[in-house]
Design a protein around this ligand. Structure first.
Ligand code: AMP
Ligand code: MG
Length: 267
């Protein structure tokens, strides 16, 4: 993997089709994803403890919310466990940084989605030294250990770093300021954070260098083209679910007996 700051943000990696084709393929792949997710959920109902966790990181406007809406929106919401992590509350700050994360670990059979995550504690926290280096520095190892334990307990972790360019973020923030229907997404603080762009790129690089583990690798997804990023994340989810090799859970009742009982019912 080359340096995070130097990737081609416009890239569609190996995907050579157009945006219109991409939208069509997304819809088709959404059907596949929904089928796999239903199997995961069905197995969860039958005692299978496995789950999937999608971790989304990216700068403001990188498209995290759009992935939640457009990718997770293609599957049954009852099987999705969504959590977003903003500025910690007083209570959260009084606990260990993983305290609020533990509470949102996806239940068996669910696909959990983290819109921001424990990684903020080595990103925004590192950039602004919200805690001393002696506190944030050990967090890389703490996170790796936390994720290893999560994997051992049956959660497949997919970590996505959305890679947006400085110019594209500028365009997206300008659009939020131009459109009353987008004001709600605009936060004056986003411009302050933009001023720390290169510090954030370095913090993302350190995160990738220190927490890209065999069990929970990072996927850097070019994010300047929203439609491409959505398709890429859909494929990552499909791939993870296919590797779980999920079958429909067998009946925990006697099918023939139940058919006979049903046939015998009268009004
Ligand atoms: P948004 O995702 O646009 O709602 O913004 C959430 C904000 O919360 C971002 O500016 C994050 O950097 C910030 N945030 C998330 N986690 C933390 C954390 N652990 N410490 C400080 N700020 C955080
Ligand atoms: Mg925001």
């Amino acid at each position: 993997m080359g340096p995070f700051a130097d990737i081609d943000h416009e890239s569609c990696l190996g995907f050579t089709k157009s945006k219109a084709d991409g939208a069509e393929i997304l819809a088709q792949r959404g059907v596949v994803l929904a089928g796999l997710q239903e199997r995961l959920f069905a197995n969860g109902r039958s005692g299978d403890t496995r789950s999937v966790l999608l971790v989304l990181q990216g700068m403001d406007t990188a498209g995290k919310g759009g992935i939640v809406r457009n990718v997770m929106g293609m599957v049954d919401p009852q099987g999705v466990a969504h959590a977003s992590f903003g500025k910690p509350t007083e209570e959260e700050l009084s606990h260990d940084f993983l305290w609020r994360i533990h509470k949102q670990i996806p239940p068996a059979g669910h696909i959990g989605v983290f819109d921001r995550s424990h990684y903020e504690d080595v990103l925004v926290v590192r950039v602004h030294n919200l805690v001393p280096r002696s506190v944030w520095e050990p967090r890389y190892d703490i996170i790796n250990q936390f994720e290893d334990e999560l994997i051992a307990s049956g959660t497949v972790i997919i970590k996505v770093a959305l890679a947006l360019s400085f110019e594209e973020q500028g365009r997206r923030l300008a659009e939020r300021l131009d459109r009353p229907d987008k004001y709600w997404k605009y936060n004056p603080g986003d411009v302050d954070e933009r001023g720390f762009w290169s510090d954030y790129q370095a913090a993302y690089q350190a995160m990738l260098d220190r927490t890209d583990t065999p069990g929970a690798p990072w996927y850097v997804v070019p994010a300047n083209r929203k439609w491409y990023a959505r398709l890429a994340v859909t494929e990552l989810l499909i791939d993870a679910l296919e590797r779980l090799d999920l079958d429909w859970p067998p009946a925990d009742f006697d099918v023939e007996v139940e058919k006979a009982r049903l046939a015998a019912t009268r009004e």
